[in-house]
Every structure is written in C-alpha cells, then in structure tokens.
Design a protein around this ligand. Structure first.
Ligand code: FAD
Ligand code: NAD
Length: 465
C-alpha cells in the first residue's frame, strides 16, 4: 500500500481527537485521523451519550411506574402496568449513537480531514502504520497528536467476562437483570446503578471508601445517598469486592472485617479508568510519563518534539469536554496561533438522581488557599420551580473571596441541575463577582434563580429565605 504524508496526524477519534482534526482542517492544515473503532470514541459510542440515553429511559420508566403504583398519586396521574423492553431501549440508544458517529464522520469530511480506519502503531516519532482492512497503511506526519483515550480498570480478582461486566456491556444488556452488584460508587457505578434500580433491578453498591461519590464534597453527595435509599439500593461502604465464590456469588470484605456473599445476576465493575497506552508502540517513543498517563505541558506538548497528547491519555479529569478543549487548542497551536491552557475551571457533572455539578473550587479547596471566604447556599426547597418538578432536594452553593467577592467555585445538587453547568462555568471563566450574579435578572420560575439567590445569600441579602 502507498505511503501517505500529512502535516498533522491524529491518533484516535474520540472527542479529543475528532475536535482537534476538525479544527485543524478548518484552519487549512492537511490532516489525517486514524480510528480503530467508530468516530466519536468512548464518549459517543460507549460512554457519555449512551449512558445518558439509558439514564433518561430509566427515569421515564420510573415516573410511569410510580404513577401506576399510585405510590404518590399526588400529581393525579394513573397508568396501568407499565413494562420496559430493554432490547428496544438499547436499539433506540444505538440509533442515537449511529446518528452521532455518522455526524462526526460528516464533519471530518466537511473539514477535509482524511479518515483512515484501523489500528495505528508508531514506528517512530514521525511514522505510524495502520492495520486497515486492505493492508498496512504507512502515514508520515510532521506533527502527531496522541488521543488514544482510556479503558476501564479491571480488578485482578474480578476479570471482565461472564457475569462480570464493564460499563460497555452494561449499556447494551438485552434484559434488565433481576439483581445487579455494582463495584465502585463513583461516576459510572452510581449513574448506571441508579438507572438499573429504576428499571427494576435489585441493586447493591460496594464502595471501598467510607462514602459515595468521594470525588465530590460530602454535602453534595447527601441528596444522592437519600435517593439511593428511596430507590431501595443497598450501599455497602468501606467494603471491598474480593472475587467470585461458589455459584458465582460476589465475595465482599466489609468495613468491620466480616465477609459477605452476594448473589447477583450481573456484577458491574466501575472502579475507574486508565489511560490507553498499550498496543500502539509507546515503547518506540521516548515520552515522559506522569504516573500511568502521558506527561504534557500547558500546550499539550509531550516530551518529544512534534508530538502532542490530549484527552484521557493525559490525565484527570477524564472528561469529554476537557479532551475537546485540549483538541481545539492543539489544532490552533499547530496552525501557528499563540495558545496555552488558560481555563479557570473544567465543570464536572455526575448524572445521578439528583444530578451533581461542580465548577471551580469546593469550599474545602477554597479554604486551603488560606483566603477569607463568603459562601452562600440556597436550597431548592425554597425554589418554586423545583417544587413544581418534585425536586426540592438539593441546593446551589457559591464560594467567593471575601475581599473582592470574585467567585471561586459553584456547586449544585438537584434534579436537572446539569443544565446550570454552563452558567456556572461562564461566571467563573469571566471572573464574575457575587454582585454580577446577584445583579443579573434570572428568569422566573426557574431553578437558575437558586444561583442568583445563593449569590445574594453570600452577600447577606437573600430575598427568598
Ligand atoms: P476516547 O473517547 O477514549 O477516544 C479514544 C479513541 O481512540 C477511541 O475511539 C479508540 O478506539 C481510539 N484509539 C485508541 N488507540 C488507537 C490506535 N492505536 N489506533 C486507532 N485508534 C485508536 N465524560 C463526560 O465529560 N461526561 C459524561 O457524561 C461522561 N460519561 C461517561 C460514561 C461512561 C460510561 C464512560 C466510560 C465515560 C464517560 N465519560 C464522560 C468520559 C468520556 O467518555 C471521556 O473523557 C472521553 O471520551 C475522552 O475522550 P478522548 O478523546 O480522550 O478518548
Ligand atoms: P470513578 O473514579 O468515578 O469511581 C470509582 C469508584 O470506585 C471510587 O469511588 C473508588 O473509591 C471505588 N473503588 C475503587 N476500587 C474499589 C474496589 N476494589 N472495591 C470497591 N470500590 C472501589 O470511576 P468510574 O466510575 O469507573 O468512572 C471512570 C471515569 O470515567 C471517571 O473518573 C470520569 O472521568 C469518567 N466518567 C465521567 C462521567 C461524567 O462526567 N458524568 C460519567 C461516567 C464516567
């Protein structure tokens, strides 16, 4: 097969890689992207999008089921014997994934980026060979972006296979398991654990630390813990999954040292993800590492000239929007623009029920800076729109400097708060002060009003509490 040469080669077409390639193409850079699976990567095919589709379906089903059981009957709705056909739900989800992945292919084409399908392997810092359906394609490039992403962490005592599944399989089950053990109460464990509890599984969560969602501060996790209890999800804290015993029971070492056996139809292991650094010839390169990740500087340059790295392969937070922002920046740097990483915050959202959002510094992180702070918290129990949505649990909290009122961090937990992440990120990125948020007219009735009220509260001027 003929060799091809290009100015920019991107390895991996996840959110980091495809955004980088599209922007590079728009800037007139001769760009090639290599992808072994589907354009869109983990996020579009087995991550963000399919998980949110399943979460949505589970929420809809739960609402109808609650109405049918006449459990709360408050809304005056009744429904008869709702049922869910998970295979159909998964087919609907696959349809969305299909639309999005072909959309990404179309965008790459529109930006005049050449896509090569197959597994890439580095020969050296300028040359990659790709195993395509029609043979080996050699690609030489002036500049290369490594965007190979991440893969799930496997527990040696619970290897994936059979009943033991990762998020990938959990997003494509054909029927709702009667019982589901979830190992890890982080993002994936709780997003999918809650979804399956709503779909009707008996869910047990096994978490090694002493609380759920250890990545977020404990006040934010409390309403989620309350909802887990209401959904009948058993949460074992300080507990470690040990392995399988007997007829496939999960053995768990409890916080008090006792061992417990749990029979579960499926066991979802969600104990983190690790950078995808194997099988593509990393050993042919001389790249400095930051732990398991590829080390980068504030322009996403690696320790080798002409090689950039972006996205999950470069470290935490392993979030799609960080990968995309890095990809866009790198394309502009390759085009000769003066850019470096200058973002003030990378908002994070956990799509649990209720949802959790954090942008900027948490109160503890802000306190650690040694500054005097003003913190305002406004509960959704005092927000009219939240009440009309049955979503009184949760709050918005604003953390600001006491001296000049510049906002350092904003967090929220509550139904539907993921959509507030844009306002939170914008406020921090633009260096807003408490007065800017308090002085902005927030439309009524919205949950966003809780953001304005939290700022007013921090100023000692709350109106509705
Ligand atoms: P990836 O998306 O992992 O893409 C890497 C691509 O590179 C893959 O397509 C892979 O096939 C390809 N590749 C790797 N090696 C090679 C090679 N040698 N040759 C050719 N191709 C190669 N993040 C959020 O921000 N919000 C969410 O709601 C969210 N939900 C998630 C839910 C789940 C279940 C999971 C698993 C993850 C979720 N994430 C979420 C994380 C998000 O998916 C990742 O942060 C994001 O996909 C990282 O993008 P990336 O471009 O670095 O890598
Ligand atoms: P995570 O890091 O969010 O959570 C892993 C959890 O497993 C932690 O609470 C940890 O204490 C626990 N744990 C570790 N070892 C354990 C053991 N042996 N037994 C019991 N518990 C154990 O990891 P994840 O949920 O697998 O998600 C991976 C990554 O994917 C996330 O860090 C995030 O970057 C990304 N993601 C993001 C979103 C989102 O943005 N909404 C959603 C899903 C995934």
């Amino acid at each position: 097969m003929k060799e091809i040469s290009c100015k920019l080669l991107v390895v991996g077409a996840g959110p980091g890689g495809y955004v980088s390639a599209i922007r590079a193409g728009q800037l007139g850079i001769d760009t090639v992207i290599v992808e072994a699976k589907k354009p869109g990567g983990t996020c579009l095919t087995i991550g963000c999008i399919p998980s949110k589709a399943l979460i949505h379906a589970a929420e809809e089903f739960d609402i109808v089921r609650r109405a049918a059981s006449n459990g709360n009957g408050l809304l005056g709705i009744s429904a008869a014997s709702p049922a869910i056909d998970l295979a159909k739900t998964v087919a609907w989800k696959d349809g969305i994934v299909g639309r999005l992945t072909s959309g990404v292919s179309g965008l790459l084409k529109k930006a005049r980026v050449k896509t090569v399908h197959g597994w890439a392997r580095f020969r050296d810092g300028k040359t990659v060979e790709v195993e395509t359906e029609t043979g080996i394609q050699v690609i030489r490039a002036e500049t290369i972006v490594i965007a190979t992403g991440s893969v799930p962490v496997e527990l040696p005592s619970l290897p994936f296979g059979g009943a033991v599944i990762s998020s990938t399989e959990a997003l494509s089950l054909k029927k709702v398991p009667g019982s589901l053990a979830v190992v890890g109460a982080g993002y994936i464990g709780l997003e999918l654990g809650i979804a399956y509890a709503k779909l009707g599984s008996k869910v047990t969560v096994v978490e090694a630390t002493d609380r759920i969602l250890p990545l977020y501060d404990s006040e934010l996790a409390k309403p989620v813990a309350k909802r887990l209890a209401a959904l009948g999800v058993e949460v074992l804290l300080g507990a470690k999954a040990q392995g399988l015993a007997g007829a496939g029971d999960l053995t768990i070492a409890g916080a008090d040292g006792t061992e417990r056996r749990l029979a579960a139809e499926q066991i979802l292991v969600a104990v983190g993800r690790k950078p995808a650094v194997e099988g593509w010839g990393l050993e042919e390169l001389d790249l400095a590492r930051a732990g398991a990740f590829i080390r980068i500087d504030d322009q996403c340059r690696t320790s080798m000239r002409g090689i950039f790295a972006i996205g999950d392969v470069t470290g935490e937070p392993m979030l799609a929007h960080r990968a995309m922002a890095q990809g866009e920046m790198v394309a502009e740097i390759v085009a000769g623009h003066k850019r470096s990483w200058d973002k003030r915050c990378i908002p994070a959202i956990c799509f649990t029920d209720p949802e959790v959002v954090s942008a900027g510094l948490s109160p503890d992180e802000a306190k650690a800076t040694g500054r005097e702070l003003k913190i305002g918290l406004f509960p959704f129990s005092a927000n009219g729109r939240a009440m009309t949505r049955h979503g009184e649990d949760g709050f918005v909290r604003v953390v600001a400097r006491a001296d000049n009122h510049v906002v350092l961090g904003i967090q929220a937990v509550g139904q539907g708060v993921s959509e507030l992440a844009a306002a939170f990120g914008m406020a921090i990125e633009m260096g807003a002060r408490l007065e800017d948020i308090a002085g902005t007219i927030h439309a009524h009735p919205t949950q966003g009003e809780a953001f304005q009220e939290a700022a007013l509260k921090a100023l000692g001027q709350a109106l509705h509490i």
